[in-house]
Design a protein around this ligand. Structure first.
Ligand code: FAD
Length: 454
């Protein structure tokens, strides 16, 4: 039986991040994915923290910059009481202003493959076409994974840590104990497809995500290239009957009920090339878990939790939780810190970040408000002392956690940004205080935890 330090199940952004950052510490890491890449996934609109923080740590940021993805400077919303669309820009955030005030809209087939290749380059052994069947226990903890290989043979491999990064459809997440709790607030379903030739917003917002509410829910409109657009209807639970029957007819009717999206698509036609040639439906995707780890096993990304597509938090939470898990695994394997303490830090930071997005999104959906109300609410949630639109940009940009600001701006970015940040934040750009009393802080390279200096 093969033996590893870490087995990661799933090669999406969460799995590639944790595999890459543990392999980079010299550990023996096996990553299994049931699919062969490139494979399709939804979740195309990213946040700056993923590009400038995680991708930099994985050594893949330059490659992402060269890949020709559409640059996303913010989001444009026709939502709430305002008749006119309004826009937030990442550049409104003092912490993101400058060269990091953008993210990308990505074709996940290409983006996820770049991250998986990065994990392999950092030393992870990547096996595609390998499906995890379950975990097994050894010595009172999770001790390894049962899987079928690419010839259909059942195998077992042991590991000191198993990471479930197998996403929404995970079959392993129960093994840490506890339950998946579906949100009473978000019970939407999504019906989505792709168009060629849709309209673009004027510069500098042509790469923005456009979100438009309508009586049955809201639409996303994400430019993936000069001509390709991802168009998805997020439909309220109460309107679920509108998605019954023929999906094409339902999709066309929903677009017809949302005049702005209809206008943007006036001269467009449905994409015909795979994987964009068909409609897809997703439901039951808003949930949290009562337990996120147990001795020998941890959940990251959608295997653990997901809220809602509206602010593009999914890939951010997947890669952020993967970074926290990698720090915890690396620290525990080093023998310098106890497993319990490392994963308590993982859980506290992960729940805090998830909770911040969840609470803001509950208000975002419920408030029939104008943009000023949303900006002010973001300021209350983040205890931000600056301008309200800056708090909003920070929150939806995934940098409201000091942890990320430090990783993104303090260490992994160009010297110019470091100097700019130091000028703006002074001491805050240097050593980070613990996020919680008695908590741990990241090491200078960001790959492990340490006890803060007294
Ligand atoms: P995934 O990307 O799902 O990767 C999981 C991997 O595990 C897959 O490659 C799969 O093949 C593999 N796997 C599964 N089971 C097994 C097994 N048994 N054995 C081996 N491998 C296995 N997020 C955003 O950031 N922006 C958006 O605009 C956005 N829009 C969304 C719209 C909708 C309708 C939905 C539902 C979600 C959206 N998301 C968005 C969320 C985003 O899709 C996820 O949060 C993100 O993909 C999670 O990454 P992950 O690495 O946890 O899992």
């Amino acid at each position: 039986m093969d033996d590893y330090d870490v087995i990661v199940v799933g090669g999406g952004p969460g799995g590639s991040t944790v595999a890459g950052l543990t392999a980079a510490e010299g550990h023996r890491v096996l990553l299994l994915d049931k699919e062969r890449f490139p494979r399709y996934q939804i979740g195309e609109s990213l946040l700056p923290a993923t590009i400038h923080g995680i991708c930099a740590m994985l050594g893949v940021r330059e490659e992402i910059e060269r890949a020709g993805f559409v640059r996303k400077r913010g989001g444009t919303f026709k939502w709430g009481t305002g008749a006119e669309p309004w826009t937030f820009s990442f550049a409104a955030s003092e912490r993101m202003a400058g060269p990091t005030s953008y993210a990308y809209q990505v074709e996940r087939t290409r983006f996820d493959t770049l991250l998986l290749d990065a994990a392999r380059r950092l030393g992870a052994e990547v096996r595609q076409g390998h499906r995890a069947l379950g975990t097994f226990r050894a010595g009172g903890r999770i001790g390894g994974v049962r899987y079928t290989d690419d010839t259909g043979h059942e195998r077992r491999a042991t590991a000191r840590f198993v990471v479930d990064a197998s996403g929404h459809g995970s079959r392993l997440h129960h093994d840490v104990g506890g339950t998946r709790e579906y949100s009473p607030h978000f019970r939407n379903l999504a019906l989505f497809g792709y168009f060629e030739g849709g309209r673009r917003m004027p510069e500098p917002g042509s790469g923005n995500i456009l979100c438009v509410s309508f009586p049955d829910g809201w639409f996303w409109y994400i430019p993936l290239s000069d001509t390709l657009t991802s168009v998805g209807a997020v439909v309220k639970h109460e309107s679920a009957d509108k998605v019954q029957g023929d999906p094409d007819a339902a999709y066309t009717a929903l677009i017809g009920a949302c005049p702005l999206i209809g206008e943007f698509l006036r001269d467009a036609r449905r994409a015909t090339e795979p994987p964009y040639d068909r409609l897809r439906v997703r439901k039951d995707y808003s949930y949290d878990r009562t337990v996120l780890w147990c001795p020998g096993m941890v959940l990251v990304g959608d295997a653990a939790c997901f809220i809602d597509p509206v602010f593009s938090s999914g890939v951010h939470l997947a890669t952020y939780s993967a970074l926290l898990a990698a720090r915890s695994i690396n620290s525990a394997l080093s023998g310098l810190l106890a497993e319990n303490r490392c994963f308590a830090e993982f859980e506290a930071r992960y729940r805090r970040e998830f909770g911040l997005f969840r609470d803001f999104l509950i208000t975002f959906y419920e408030l029939d408000a104008d943009e000023g109300d949303y900006f002010r609410h973001a300021r209350r949630l983040t205890s931000h002392h600056g301008a309200a639109d800056e708090a909003f940009a920070d929150l939806v940009g995934g940098v409201s956690s000091k942890d990320f600001s430090r990783k993104m701006f303090g260490e992994v970015l160009a010297e110019g940004v470091q100097l700019q940040l130091r000028g703006l934040l002074g001491d805050a750009a240097g050593d980070e205080p613990p996020m919680f009393p008695g908590g741990l802080v990241p090491t200078a390279d960001g790959r492990r935890w340490r006890v803060p200096d007294a």
